[in-house]
Design a protein around this ligand. Sequence first.
Ligand code: ADP
Length: 553
Amino acid sequence: MSGQMMRTPLRVIDLLRHANRNHPRGEIVSRRAEGDIHRYTYADAYKRVCQLARALDRLGIAQDARVGTLAWNGYRHVELYFASAGLGAVCHTLNPRLLPQQIAWIGQHAADEILFFDASFVTLVEGIRDQLTGVRHVVLLGQCDSAVGADAAARIPDLLFYEDLISGELADELDWPIFDENQACGLCYTSGTTGDPKGVCYSNRSTVLHAYASALPDSLGLSARDVVMPVVPMFHVNAWGLPYIMPMVGGKLVLPGPALDGKSLYELCEAEQVTMAAGVPTIWLGLLDHLRTHGLSFSSLNRTVIGGSAASEAMIREFEEVHHVRVLHAWGMTETSPVGAVNQFKPVHDTLDRDARYRLQTRQGRELFGVEMRIEAETGEPIARDGKTHGRLPVKGPWVVDTYVGDVAAARQDGWFDTGDVATIDAEGYMSVVDRSKDVIKSGGEWISSIELENAAMGHPAIQEAAVIGRPHPKWVERPLMLCVLRPGHGLSSGELLAWLGERVARWWLPDAVEFVDELPHGATGKLLKARLRERYAAYRFNDQKHSTEDCS
Ligand code: ADP
């Protein structure tokens, strides 16, 4: 017997329709590439989305068509998310930080039919236009009647202009097509750290369910009272779903555009009275540095989501103790839409002392309802949730990838998706990433977590950032090499750092060498590029064996 409830499909466009009906005065504030601030309401946004959908329809963008974007976090990008999804088309966010040939490859692989781009990317688009053979229209996110517009028009043949495209269209409510909730709505390619990038195609259903689950009090805990600034880009995994979640709850969305330096982020955060921000640790390093140098703090920010890479205890402490900002450590990946786990305390943790709470916060969090995680031995057997035994971390759920674009299998035959992470899960459900399986250091048959070593080093007041990679060792197979960037104006010797680490990690984990470098390489999504470091240090041999060998038992 079937249930007898309406079979209303879950559609992305309904998130904005909901905001238009219930939060018409809710705001979207954007810093534009031009540097000025643009401000409008969900009601204004919805009108423009209706205009844009009509314009797309006029250009022949039909159901399934891939709508490419090369854009920062901004209101026009939000409009593209919703108008494409509303038509049953697919908003394909391209990452402008990739190399031009990678962007062209991804645009072709995805079969993009139209490409919208911000004024910052005129040269990029000019360079790859000829390679995008399926793209019928290129559209500058601006207007013809501007200096940038005139310059771009002279360089890119048949260029269209967003504002001119939509201005002639009716802004009345559109009769949005009804389609199956599994219809695609968004597309994002992994950054290709392992082989060619792979396309992950989100559905209306997965996106709406992800938004519901992420907004819950014990997830990101968002409401109409919140002012949220996603620093994480809309071109990488949909800014962690925040442009969908905020219209659903009716809160204000603050979009920082291309200005991601500490000063600009701080000023926007203060001016708009942001209550929650979200981004990768690298971004927060820059912001915290700015606050430290200028003796500043936040007047409205009360929590920040950190994910994409591990949040160090030092960063969590600085946010909480100096700025009274609660850190919500979160875990996810392109393949999981992305939020899979968020770290929030339970009542049983109220009695923990401060240090124990910080330690707990370095864990990546509990699975959101809908996502299931487990820890597996090499044999594939599930391992008990004891918080100690580590193993592979497969996941499954309605917003986890099944198949990559091009019918390439993503999930395993048994229905689980292997994340490539090595982790533990404790009896209360808190998952802790030990390492990416390719980054873990295998020393004498035991594993050393590069993440834990990095976090311990970053607790030292003189260390800005640390990376640990495994290097071959004749006796122990691999031993850790630590690369550190010092905070400006600080000095530290490797001996001093090793002494500091010696009080915080097992003796046999101590790096065999510490090298101080000016900077560490980061990928297009702000993550440390360990593969590049391994290449760079391929010929590295440990000279000073005193911190390894005999202690490694
Ligand atoms: P890509 O950079 O290839 O697009 P993702 O952005 O999807 O990949 O990154 C996913 C990976 O990032 C996860 O598998 C995990 O290794 C890492 N990651 C994400 N969040 C965290 C976190 N909070 N702590 C540690 N690692 C994390």
